[in-house]
Write a protein that binds this ligand. Structure first.
Ligand SMILES: Nc1nc2c(ncn2[C@@H]2O[C@H](COP(=O)(O)OP(=O)(O)OP(=O)(O)O)[C@@H](O)[C@H]2O)c(=O)[nH]1
Ligand SMILES: [Mg+2]
Length: 375
């Protein structure tokens, strides 16, 4: 393993900073690869809103609330520096300065220089570093302008949109896309005039479907309630998780593995197959490596096995598609709440991986196996 990645996993702060710098410079591929298998635990929270809404002040209070629970928190303050002066960049850090001595807090500023697609890939890479380093929560603060506010939704489990009263154009902002990405609205600076009017304006748009909470970040009022609500929300799927939906294998039902191997090995020239018999499924299996993915040939050992019944009913052919997921329980929970038919409780199968099957009626017609990435 990469030396820096190993030190990141051990929680070494200098290694974390170094890993962030390398990733920002586009020279951290090795680190990203080594940390990839150690992520998925941290709660990723996106905080967005117009310039000066109080995002950094709010985040500073949020850090205090999270720390009071004993959890470790990292903050990535994203600065589209085409928009911001050096002074504002400094402002983010100053607002959270009181936490700088706390070993359970790590604050990192990141400039995107307004590049196309600048926010998502690099910020995502940085969240990976903090996630792997064992931080329980990673907060991404980004100014809600243009594309960035939409992109933050792709890398955060929960997105809070901060608005302030008395600016006149808040509702304009809501209409231009924030609506869909917000999981909750925070009316910050609610000590100022117009907070109730803004509440009514947002409510007229969301019709009770999204929470609207009020805060005064300078005093911390209401921030604990926002945190409580954030923690209670289901996590949306982030880009990191989306990247893990690779095809682990295709399961092919065959009458005879030996005969099929004559085609795939002798004819086509694929490598040696891993063979095993799964007694519980009454099936013989031959696994052929195909790049990062595999072909799984399935031959029944008994007329009562599901593969035998499949052959009888449908003939030889693709029996199932297996996708790798980062967090099987989370995927199952999401699918169940959406009404999908999960065919079994998660169990451990060949190779020691946890898996479930999803009924073809829910998946567009194919039996789908979900396999946990690293169990
Ligand atoms: N009255 C009042 N002022 C606040 C509140 N929250 C933040 N502020 C002030 O608003 C100003 C901007 O706060 P920041 O936290 O820097 O805002 P920001 O959204 O991070 O700003 P950018 O990162 O530059 O977009 C500061 O002077 C804060 O003290 C609040 O709840 N009430
Ligand atoms: Mg800020």
């Amino acid at each position: 393993m990469n030396e820096i990645a190993a030190a990141v996993l051990a929680g070494d702060r200098r290694a974390i900073a170094r890993a962030c710098s390398l990733l920002e410079a586009g020279r951290g591929q090795g680190i990203a690869r080594d940390l990839g298998g150690h992520t998925g635990k941290a709660l990723l929270v996106g905080i967005t809103g117009p310039p000066g809404a109080g995002k950094s002040t709010f985040t500073d209070q949020l850090i205090a609330v999270i720390r009071a629970e004993g959890k470790r928190v990292a903050v990535i303050a994203v600065d589209p520096s085409s928009m911001k002066t050096g002074g504002a960049l400094l402002g983010d850090r100053i607002r959270m300065q009181r936490h700088h001595q706390d070993a359970g807090v790590f604050i990192r500023s990141m400039a995107t220089r307004g590049e196309m697609g600048g926010l998502a890939p690099t910020t995502l890479a940085l969240t990976t570093v903090f996630d792997a380093a064992g931080f329980d929560v990673v907060v991404v603060e980004t100014v809600g302008v243009g594309q960035d506010e939409i992109e933050v939704a792709r890398l955060a489990h929960v997105v809070a949109v901060l608005l302030v009263p008395g600016q006149g154009d808040e509702i304009q902002a809501i209409k231009s896309g924030i609506m869909e990405i917000a999981d909750l609205f925070v009316i910050n600076k609610s000590d100022q005039a117009g907070a109730e009017k803004l509440y009514q304006e947002i409510e007229a748009e969301v019709h009770g479907e999204k929470a609207i909470l009020k805060t005064v970040s300078t005093t911390g009022q209401g921030v604990a309630e926002v945190w409580k609500y954030i923690e209670s929300l289901p996590r949306r799927v982030v880009v990191a998780a989306a990247a893990s939906f690779v095809i682990d294998h295709l399961g092919i039902a065959v009458g005879s593995i030996d005969e099929a191997l004559r085609f795939y090995q002798d004819g086509l020239g694929m490598g040696a197959a891993m063979r095993e018999t799964v007694e519980s499924e009454k099936v013989r299996v031959a696994m052929l490596q195909a790049g990062e993915s595999r072909l799984e040939l399935l031959e029944p050992t008994d007329a009562t096995s599901t593969i035998a019944k499949f052959l009888e009913k449908r003939g030889p052919g693709i029996h199932h598609v297996a996708l790798r997921v980062a967090d099987l329980d989370l995927s199952v929970e999401r699918l169940r709440s959406g009404g999908a038919r999960i065919l079994n409780e998660a169990r451990i199968g060949a190779g020691g991986h946890r898996y479930v099957f999803v009924h073809p009626a829910s998946t567009g017609g194919v039996l789908l196996e979900l396999i946990e990435e690293h169990s």
